[in-house]
Design a protein. Structure first.
Length: 264
């Protein structure tokens, strides 16, 4: 039960959607620093290339990019085919890509629902479904080392958000439940499915909110700070290693305790 064995992800093959920026970039680096081979995919090909170059300088793991626009189903199919050409198995799938839309209730558009739900929820199912054969190939290697699906959710899918982000919070609540459904369905194939419900982290999506409300946000978190790269990377490493091999269907609130903050 030594620590290096319990948390070992060396040589595992990982796909991180949205892995070039924000929380996805933090997760990608965590796997790279611990010897995994990480594929990064998002529609921003330039950002993917830049992230891969930076990550390969860090090592000891290796990074590669497969850019794809997940709004388009055909692009998701292309991603799966390209990954199948390069790898015979996928040990870890991190469904991280997401979008948000904030607008007042009275003017919140139908197009926002289509855009946000497509990327945050529908495409998680699409990509997971397409990559299940590769996950099954990894899962067959060792019954005590299942393949892993890690879905990046949000505390806004567990509580009512303060901001008017109706489609985002609904999509994340749906993602949390989809993850549990997948845990039941794919668990029999030795594939686990878990969710990390993230609180505030430094990211492009959170940048404007943190700029305006950082003091108030940190004041509502018992630990008094926002999340760091080590926090989310460490949680992913736990879920992906022997230490987390028996965790299936869980939603882990990674929020410094904001959900349990007592209020009058």
């Amino acid at each position: 039960m030594d620590i290096p064995h319990l948390f070992d992800v060396k040589d595992k093959v990982v796909l991180v959607t949205g892995g070039a920026k924000g929380i996805g970039r933090m997760i990608s680096e965590g796997f790279i620093r611990n010897g995994a081979k990480v594929y990064i995919s998002s529609r921003d090909a330039k950002a993917c290339a830049e992230a891969v170059a930076e990550l390969n300088k860090i090592g000891p793991g290796k990074a590669e990019a497969i850019p794809a626009n997940f709004y388009e189903e055909e692009e998701c199919k292309r991603l799966a085919k390209e990954l199948e050409k390069r790898e015979s198995k996928l040990h870890i799938l991190v469904n991280n890509s997401g979008s948000n839309w904030g607008e007042s209730y009275s003017s919140y558009p139908s197009s926002a629902w289509t855009r946000v739900l497509t990327l945050n929820l529908h495409r998680v199912f699409t990509i997971t479904q397409l990559l299940t054969p590769l996950l099954e190939a990894a899962a067959s290697e060792n019954p005590l080392d299942p393949a892993r699906i890690i879905n990046i959710g949000s505390v806004d899918g567990l509580r009512v958000p303060a901001l008017e982000t109706f489609a985002y919070s609904a999509s994340k609540a749906g993602l949390h439940h989809l993850s549990r459904v997948l845990a039941n369905h794919l668990g029999t194939r030795n594939i686990t499915s878990n969710t990390i419900a993230c609180g505030p982290f430094e990211s492009k999506m959170m940048a404007a909110t943190l700029q305006r409300f950082r003091e108030q946000i940190e004041g509502q978190i018992p630990l008094g700070r926002i999340g760091t790269p080590e926090d989310v990377a460490g949680t992913c490493l736990f879920l992906s290693s022997r230490a987390g091999a028996y965790v299936n269907g869980a939603t882990i609130a990674l929020d410094g305790g904001s959900l349990v903050r007592a209020r009058l």
